[in-house]
Design a protein around this ligand. Structure first.
Ligand code: CA2
Length: 501
């Protein structure tokens, strides 16, 4: 590694070795060890009783490994065209010929391509054998090797086949970065830059080991809360929507990290245009991206007109364009606007958020659910109802914030506060549904979709329940399905949000 832009000092006292635990549902937690020379610790991280090790690497990766048990080396080719199913089949066949069993361990030594392919092969061979990653590029150390995502390409697109397979350990030996070619280094710096806005803070002021450890810690936090990228983990895609389009438009001339740097600048401008951040925050994006020596302008000759269609083709653009945007509360899903649905337009923006927040409101007496009148309201408690809605929302890539109150003003306050960050509202206003014009007015001022929800079917009950003043300002109404209405309301909300543009 010869380029000096964005290169921190190599470790200062007390920072030579760091260990960060990636906690994935308890038993499967594993350490990420970062520091100079940590590859020498390899033998101590092998799963207990490991008989043999299958080292998967590429020619030219001159990292010596000593697992302390018998090992065989399996080389895979360089380049995206080798990141494919036939490479996986080839590896598995050779392992089978060599009699590799579940009592053995795969060791991936290399950058993201090696850890992706070897991790995938390990996850499917004999229905899964342990894998340890020795990540040798900055990109792999702060991103690819952490979090258990594996994958290979299909002729139809990148990373279309893969698994979640957590390694037993990850070793990030910073000595391996010494020989990293400058562009490979920049590739990592683009990913590193994004962590500044994902909780990493001023990473550019830290020594290398500390800096990598901080990124790993941030990623570990996202993985722990959302292993399978149903929600929060998607924030790690900050800067990636435009980046992927730029990479394709430029025939992969631009390296991934360089494209991510540009994607961060674009996301900052977009967030500013939407009033989410101020000019100083945009300037900070420019300072960080520029400080890492990453490109600040899209390459000359880029077919700008092709970028939007390419962004729509991104596999993460479920139901529309997806941008992670910075904002007052840090990075999160971008602003979200109404779906039409009979409510007037107030100038929505043409994008969806990565993790849309849905506000679930329950009004007077719903806290008594499950305690009386089960023939009308069912036997589920309010906690049960909220849990069912939250689980369904998570499966659909949304987050739920729930508020219960018996007081009209609290509900009005919550609806007003939701105007800043919330994608949509699901509301069972209880009996207030039938007469609270204050709730009506607050909802009318909310720009996103509103799903009105009732356990019972009020229209089939006493006359005073026949009218709801919420309905005229609701995008959709779900009533009479009891507890089943709660998850259903989240499905309706997901559909409404996807149809927003
Ligand atoms: O069916 C619904 O979800 C309602 O919104 C519930 C309201 C009612 O006033 C609406 O007309 C329809 C009342 C919730 C009262 O909840 C209780 C549940 C169990 C026991 C007592 C009250």
């Amino acid at each position: 590694m010869t380029d000096t832009a964005g290169v921190p000092g190599k470790g200062s006292a007390g920072h030579e070795r760091r260990e960060v635990d990636v906690v994935v549902s308890g038993a499967r937690s594993y350490p990420v060890v970062i520091g100079s020379g940590v590859v020498a610790e390899l033998a101590s991280w092998l799963p207990e009783g490991t008989a043999r090790v299958a080292v998967v690497t590429q020619s030219g990766i001159r990292v010596q490994v000593d697992p302390g048990v018998a090992f065989e080396t399996y080389l895979i080719g360089h380049g995206e065209e080798h990141k494919c199913m036939s490479t996986v089949e080839d590896l598995c066949s050779r392992w089978s010929e060599d009699g590799l069993t579940r009592g053995d361990c795969v060791l991936a030594v290399g950058g993201g391509m090696v850890t992706d392919v070897a991790g995938f092969a390990a996850s499917v061979y004999h229905r899964g054998i342990p894998v340890i990653h020795v990540a040798t590029t900055l990109l792999a150390q702060i991103d690819a090797a952490i979090g258990g995502k594996t994958g290979v390409n299909l002729p139809q697109g990148k990373n279309l086949v893969g698994t979640f397979w957590q390694p037993s350990a990850v070793l990030c030996d910073t000595d391996t970065l010494d020989t990293l070619p400058p562009r490979e280094w920049r590739c990592g710096l683009g990913e590193l830059a994004k962590y500044h806005w994902l909780g990493g803070g001023r990473l550019d002021e830290l020594p290398l080991v500390e800096r990598i450890a901080r990124c790993v810690g941030v990623k570990a936090g996202f993985v722990a809360s959302d292993e399978r990228e149903a929600g929060r983990r998607a924030l790690l895609n900050y800067g990636h929507t435009l980046a992927h389009a730029l990479e394709i438009a430029g025939g992969h001339e631009l390296r991934h990290g360089e494209a991510v740097g540009l994607g961060l600048l674009f996301a900052a401008e977009l967030a500013r245009a939407l009033g989410r951040i101020d000019a100083a925050a945009v300037a900070e994006h420019r300072r960080v991206v520029g400080g890492y020596g990453l490109p600040m302008r899209i390459p000359d000759g880029t077919d700008v007109g092709s970028l939007v269609p390419l962004m729509f083709r991104d596999k993460k653009a479920i139901g529309g364009l997806t941008f992670v945007l910075d904002g007052p509360g840090g990075c999160r899903g971008g602003s979200r606007r109404r779906s039409g649905g009979g409510r007037g337009d107030s100038g929505g923006c043409p994008m969806s958020s990565a993790v849309p927040m849905v506000l679930l409101l329950s009004g007077p007496n719903l806290n008594l659910s499950g305690q009386r009148e089960p023939e009308i309201y069912g036997s589920a408690t309010l906690d049960d109802l909220v849990e069912a809605a939250t689980d369904e929302a998570a499966a659909l890539g949304m987050e739920v914030q729930h508020l219960h109150s018996n007081h009209e003003g609290d509900l009005v306050d919550a609806i007003q506060a939701a105007r800043a960050e919330t994608a949509g509202i699901v509301i069972n206003a209880g009996a207030l549904s039938h007469y609270s014009w204050a709730i009506h007015d607050a909802l009318a001022a909310f720009a996103g979709p509103v799903v009105e929800l009732h356990l019972s079917n009020p229209g089939a009950r006493e006359a005073f329940r026949h009218e709801s003043v919420v309905t005229p300002v609701a995008t959709a109404v779900i009533a009479g399905l009891g507890a089943a209405g709660y998850p259903l309301a989240m499905r309706a909300m997901a559909g409404l949000l996807a149809a927003t543009f």
